[in-house]
Design a protein around this ligand. Structure first.
Ligand SMILES: C[S@@+](CC[C@H](N)C(=O)[O-])C[C@H]1O[C@@H](n2cnc3c(N)ncnc32)[C@H](O)[C@@H]1O
Length: 264
């Protein structure tokens, strides 16, 4: 998927206004939001805030670290990381509306002194070599066809000893149902196998590549959402995408992996 296709796809996701309206209905103080208020809306990946928390535990940055968030979306994971670890985070994303909305919500949570967002492609990062202590991406690589450049760029901007954490879907066995949350059809999805992701990381120079399968947690998260969902709520196009993603995970056509790698 060329970067512009990804940006076009994500334009269809809920707007800032619809998120604010939903928060107002829940009685939130819109001038003083917290990452917890926003979590049902700003975590654009399987497993939501719980999956982000698990990746925070794996990366465990120090408070003095500056972390790069590749494909930062609405900024939910970045704000959660800062709230948990006290570090600084810079997010980059190709979808202009997400970059603007991520900055807007970060002002509202009072974290703008520690979290910033830039509009850029992860395949052409606007940072000098060795800029970051750590990096992560959550549900990004399935949108990026050029994984060699994705990981070469991540490697370049990390300091020696810097770690990269990943939580992403990968290709399993069997046919995938489309549309899914990251792509309307097969030819705009760039879902790699676990082996392809690991090979791309190694080719970029990463070492100590450690993979954990977290599909079971993702399937349980979908089951919990279904259990607590209000009956009779009308299905949206995003609900259809989510249902297909759940079915793909349950059939084994897709899996979710958590990866930790290190720049020597
Ligand atoms: C599924 S969303 C995940 C967002 C965020 N990581 C989260 O978990 O909430 C994928 C994000 O990757 C971004 N993206 C896709 N291709 C990109 C690229 N080439 N460069 C930068 N961002 C990209 C999209 O705009 C979108 O915000």
């Amino acid at each position: 998927m060329p970067p512009s296709d990804a940006a076009a796809h994500y334009q269809a996701f809920p707007s800032r206004e619809s998120i604010l309206a939903a928060l107002a209905r829940r009685g939130a103080d819109l001038a003083h939001l917290t990452p917890d208020h926003l979590a049902p809306f700003d975590q654009l990946h399987t497993g939501g805030a719980a999956a982000t928390q698990a990746l925070i535990a794996r990366l465990s940055p120090a408070a003095v670290d500056h972390v790069l968030d590749l494909g930062s979306g609405l900024g939910g994971p970045a704000r959660q990381l800062v709230a948990a670890a006290g570090c600084r985070v810079t997010g980059v994303d190709i979808t202009p509306r997400f970059v603007a909305d991520a900055a807007f919500f970060t002002e509202r949570t009072g974290q703008a002194d520690r979290v910033a967002f830039r509009e850029a492609s992860v395949t052409a990062l606007p940072f000098p070599d060795g800029s970051f202590d750590a990096a992560w991406h959550i549900h990004l690589a399935m949108n990026v066809s050029d994984k060699a450049t994705l990981y070469a760029e991540a490697f370049r901007v990390l300091k020696p000893g810097g770690r990269l954490a990943i939580d992403d879907p990968v290709r399993g066995q069997g046919d995938l149902l489309f549309p899914v949350p990251w792509a309307a059809e097969a030819n705009t999805s760039h879902l790699a196998t676990e082996q392809e992701l690991v090979a791309a990381l190694a080719a970029a120079g990463f070492q100590h590549v450690n993979v954990e399968d977290v599909t079971e947690q993702a399937v349980a998260w979908f089951a919990e959402i279904a259990r607590t969902r209000k009956p009779g709520r009308p299905g949206t196009p995003l609900d259809v995408m989510a249902a297909h993603h759940r079915a793909n995970l349950e059939s084994g056509a897709a899996r979710i992996v958590s990866i930790l790698a290190e720049k020597p």
